[in-house]
Design a protein. Sequence first.
Length: 139
Amino acid sequence: MSKPVVGLVVSHASLAEGLVQSVRQIAGAEAGALRAVSNDGCGPEALQAAVGEALGDGPGIVFTDMPSGSCAFAARRLTIDRPDTAVICGVNLPMLLDFVFHRDLSLPELTERLVNKGKAAITGSCREVAAHGDRAASR
């Protein structure tokens, strides 16, 4: 059996650590399953080195906060020399929770699943505004 996929959340400021801690609190995920790296104080080369070191050997998914910026750029540059690494931009908590329970899937299958889970978790409505619209109009 192949090694389970390692997850690495890379973000601006402390977002990555907050997401990883939330997953551990909710799911009790093992410490090595999901890791965090911040871009605080890192130039492009230092951030890329930190991401590579945190991933270790074997298959990995780098989750970034945005599809552009230093975190995503570092992750994408790293994949040039790491064919067993995927990058998912726009990380969210439901995506990470699903990740820790399905790390044994193949990297392509897991990546597709997580992107779909992340998209499905984004919803929105304006019901609150519509429900109280009469009050706003009277002002």
